[in-house]
Design a protein around this ligand. Structure first.
Ligand code: GLN
Length: 231
């Protein structure tokens, strides 16, 4: 069975939902602690959402120095799939596994909504089971969700097909070019602000009466990575 590590930092709050998403997708979740010095032989890693180290200094800025992150950076460099969700995305930018930064939402308020995204790239370890251009609805909840990078970095991301998700219908936080998620050049590392792990079970995720898969648009992140590991 595919073993997917879920990292808990002090202040993480979505680790249990991430572990549950892994289980519902057919994988085995493995709890990793921020102070761990090894990844316990996992096949992939999820950095979940929350307020690691209280978002002090800057969201993700302290977590980046946690012992487990040294292992995650090394494994990611060797091609291990890594997914950063919300605070996890913030950690990935702070750790320089992904370019750019997350700053306060442009309206300066916390945002909590069901967010429509377009899947712009299916060429990553975490999105292979989506259709290019597909619209999905998953929850978004954060205060530091505005993705920023300089123009040349944004052009490079667009040119290399590394914009993985874009906000649809509305830009909820002022992110440059409506970017909701990006990948590294190899496509094994993906970060996004909205939360796929909160939309994995019918009746609990965003509903919207959109048919039989309603509320489960996030599940294919986790089935995609398992498929990418066996193929
Ligand atoms: N949901 C989350 O992971 C929150 C992320 C981060 N602490 C923020 O508020 O921006």
């Amino acid at each position: 069975m595919t073993r997917i590590g879920v990292v808990t930092f002090p202040g993480t709050l979505d680790d249990r939902d991430a572990a549950r998403a892994v289980r519902l997708a057919g994988g085995e979740p493995v709890a990793l602690w921020h102070a761990d010095a090894d990844l316990r032989g996992v096949d992939a890693v999820v950095l979940p959402g929350g307020f690691s180290y209280g978002d002090y200094l800057r969201a993700g800025a302290i977590s980046r120095f946690a012992p487990v992150m040294g292992e995650v950076v090394e494994a990611a460099g060797k091609g291990m799939p890594v997914l950063g969700i919300c605070n996890g995305f913030q950690v990935l930018t702070e750790a320089h596994l992904l370019p750019g930064s997350m700053i306060k939402n442009d309206h300066l308020h916390f945002v909590c909504r069901e967010q429509v995204l377009s899947v712009e790239s299916t060429d990553t370890a975490w999105t292979g089971e989506y259709a290019a251009g597909e619209r999905i609805t998953i929850p978004l909840k954060n205060q530091d969700g505005q993705y920023v990078a300089d123009e040349s970095t944004l052009d490079e991301l667009e040119g290399e097909g590394r914009v993985v998700f874009r906000y649809e219908d509305t830009n909820p936080n002022g992110s440059r070019r409506g970017i909701a998620g990006i990948s590294n050049a190899k496509g094994n590392v993906v970060g996004l602000m909205p939360h796929p792990e909160h939309a994995v079970e019918a009746g609990f995720g965003p509903d919207g009466a959109r048919g039989p898969r309603s509320g489960t648009d996030g599940l294919r992140f986790f089935t995609s990575v398992m498929r990418s590991l066996v193929s």
